[in-house]
Design a protein around this ligand. Structure first.
Ligand code: FO1
Length: 324
């Protein structure tokens, strides 16, 4: 079976690791191919290096190198290089770059400088993490740079800051007036992205941030049309449980676009292509969608087994849902 997913950072990666576990444990699904379209709007250039947080979180989580507690960065990390940078007064110092993680950024940056595309560089990085052996392919949403910037306003007036500065340094403390995907006007879908949606047997939307992760991928030309046109059932998993985001600042992101922080409101962002929506039990009664079938179950990915069960439930819902 060909499964395609659109994913952002931590929640998406944990869900997809659970999906791979579920597929491998299900005899007639074990040889399924999983293609993940990763958000690159979080990407940032620092110290001459190109950092791709969501792609790296996918590679590390699926490849076994992730810092489990953080959900980003490497396990068993050290920060000697960062200490040296700080000693030199090199900025910024609010974005933690571990020594092992810097290895990824140097390799990627070197390949990009040699003329490889982001897709080609990502393929090389994925090989090291054994993803081809897991029948997993990670595609950047686009090979051209797209960066999410956040318009904020304070005493100094309105200004745009890089998403990472808003997310990490400011901890989303200043309300986002709006998000701007810088470069999206010149972006095209990376090779294989649109076909992965069109020719999938199932398309899944993990519980990633609907605004700055899934929402950015949906902004890539052709992606939304491909989701509307694919014969594959499209099933999403709510990132909101009982009005609260499971992780991160999804509530602040939804507020910025004037969408209420509920499972039903998030589904509304996908309603032109959504066939199924997996929500938590407490939300199941209150979520009514015009077309998509709603199903309730526990949604907290408390551990890897829970993630596998949730991913299995999303896949089951897709397999029971034929495109209307
Ligand atoms: N998140 C933080 O909260 N603080 C950090 O210092 C930080 C550094 C960092 C370095 C590399 C990387 O791949 C991710 C990093 N993240 C950090 C997480 C990152 O901001 C988010 O994971 C995504 O951009 C949002 O999903």
């Amino acid at each position: 079976m060909r499964i395609t997913a659109l994913a952002g950072g931590v929640g998406g990666a944990r869900f997809l690791r659970g999906l791979r576990t579920h597929l491998d444990a299900t005899p007639d699904l074990a040889d399924s191919e999983l293609t993940i379209i990763g958000n690159t709007g979080d990407d940032i250039s620092l110290f001459g290096l190109r950092v791709c947080p969501d792609l790296d979180t996918l590679l590390y989580t699926l490849g076994g190198g992730i810092h489990e507690g953080q959900g980003w960065g490497r396990a068993d990390e050290s920060h000697r290089v960062q200490g040296e940078l700080a000693a030199y007064g090199a900025t910024p110092q609010w974005f933690a770059l571990g020594d092992l993680d810097i290895g990824t950024h140097i390799a990627r940056s070197q390949w990009l400088a040699q003329g490889l595309s982001l897709s080609e560089a990502t393929t090389r990085l994925a090989q090291r993490w054994g993803l081809p052996d897991q029948r997993v392919t990670v595609l950047p949403m686009s090979d051209s740079p797209v960066e999410t910037h956040v318009v904020v306003e304070d005493a100094d007036g309105q200004r745009a800051v890089h998403f990472q500065e808003w997310w990490v340094r400011m901890q989303a403390s200043l309300p986002a007036q709006r998000f701007v995907a810088v470069g999206m006007d010149r972006a095209t879908a990376a090779p294989g992205v649109l076909d992965a949606i069109r020719h999938a047997d199932v398309v899944l939307l993990p519980p990633s941030n609907p605004v700055v992760s899934i929402g950015i991928i949906l902004g890539v030309p052709g992606v939304r049309d491909a989701l509307r046109g694919t014969a594959a059932p499209v099933v999403g998993v709510s990132p909101i449980i009982g009005g609260m985001p499971v992780r991160g600042h999804a509530d602040a992101c939804l507020a910025a676009i004037g969408v209420e922080c509920t499972a039903g409101a998030v589904a509304g962002l996908y309603e032109d292509f959504l066939d199924g929506w997996l929500v938590s039990q407490e939300d199941a009664a209150s979520v009514r969608l015009p077309r998509a079938q709603v199903r309730g179950r526990p949604l907290l990915m408390t551990d890897r087994a829970a993630a596998a069960q949730i991913a299995g439930a999303a896949l089951d819902l897709a397999l029971e849902t034929k495109r209307g």
